[in-house]
Design a protein around this ligand. Structure first.
Ligand code: ASP
Length: 319
């Protein structure tokens, strides 16, 4: 009897998983069929991995971490292995994870050599009294905790290196602002069988960024947020604007204090608040009842989603 009741509850609850692989200048003209197929396959693989966790009754927190790990391991995405280069030819990765159930959060910023920064962010959340650790301190913590490090070759990618050289060249002629919008990021948000929400985001940041620069991804409330009372959000785009607008938490506030729906709040931030400052990018969000929203104001956003009762969907360009 008890078993029946719990399985009924499990069936009735809506599950939802949304992932992104970054927003930005994704031109159809410059995208080959092979490359597009590879991105789609990468997104599908990450979605499948996260969905396995969710549909097996797992935690939203585990599902978002699993999906993000798959994309961190795929050199196509700007996170983990595929992280872009900093101005001085290094990799500095940011990642954050948050549990909507209890507002616990963990994040790392400007870490180098760590294969899966999202796992480290989770460890910060679960094994320390802190929320955000950065640079050498975070790396030392990772070493002590037995985390897997990889040599620079693991993170080297010819295309990313060319992107850096190009961005540096353009900077020499245009010191104020590069016209190349070289960003990307990966993220996931989920609603699990217990009704809990979680969000995770991981990135190599922006090509040619100054070393020591930290983006919105690692900042709870800017690029990543989850609260069971409202929604879970993972952002992607030009991080400075998401920091200045506290974009992720702004959505929570609009829902909480102004009664906006998820869609209204997410679209307000992406299509009004960010553009008012000149901010480009997008985000993925899921609310406590399983509604999802994936707005972006850039040319494209790599994204995929699945909810109970619906097929997996993958998209890159606007509908
Ligand atoms: N938001 C990330 C950053 O600014 C980059 C991105 O999402 O593409 O570091």
């Amino acid at each position: 009897m008890l078993l029946n009741m719990s399985s009924e509850t499990k069936e009735e609850r809506k599950l939802a998983l949304v992932i992104h692989g970054g927003a930005g200048t994704i031109s159809r003209a410059l995208m080959s069929d092979e490359r597009e197929a590879a991105y789609r396959a990468g997104l599908q693989q990450a979605l499948r991995r996260g969905w396995e966790v969710l549909s097996g009754g797992g935690l939203a927190l585990d599902a978002v971490e699993a999906a993000v790990c798959v994309m961190e391991d795929n050199p196509l995405f700007n996170a983990g292995r595929g992280s872009v280069f900093t101005h001085n030819e290094r990799h500095e990765m940011d990642a954050a994870i948050m549990s909507g159930e209890d507002l616990r959060a963990g994040a790392v910023a400007a870490v180098d050599g760590i294969k899966n920064p999202i796992k480290l962010a989770r460890r910060v959340m679960e094994a320390t009294e802190h929320v955000l650790m950065c640079g050498s301190g975070a790396e030392e913590f990772a070493r002590e905790a037995g985390f897997e490090f990889a040599p620079p070759e693991y993170f080297f990618d010819e295309l990313r290196y060319e992107q850096l050289l190009q961005a540096r060249r353009e900077d020499e002629v245009r010191l104020d602002h590069t016209p190349l919008k070289k960003f990307g990021t990966v993220g996931a948000v989920a609603l699990d069988t217990r009704g809990h929400l979680a969000a995770a985001t991981s990135t190599g940041g922006m090509t040619n960024k100054r070393f020591g620069r930290v983006g919105d991804t690692a900042l709870i409330g800017a690029g990543t947020y989850a609260d069971d009372q409202t929604c879970a959000i993972s952002c992607t785009g030009h991080g400075e604007f998401f920091i200045r607008t506290v974009a992720a938490h702004e959505i929570v506030s609009l829902m909480k204090y102004k009664g906006f729906t998820l869609k209204e709040a997410a679209e307000q931030v992406v299509h009004v608040t960010l553009p008012e400052l000149g901010g480009e990018g997008g985000l993925i969000a899921v609310d406590r009842t399983g509604n999802i929203s994936l707005p972006f104001n850039s040319e494209g956003m790599y994204r995929a989603w699945m909810t109970s009762g619906s097929e997996a969907q993958v998209a890159i360009y606007p509908d």
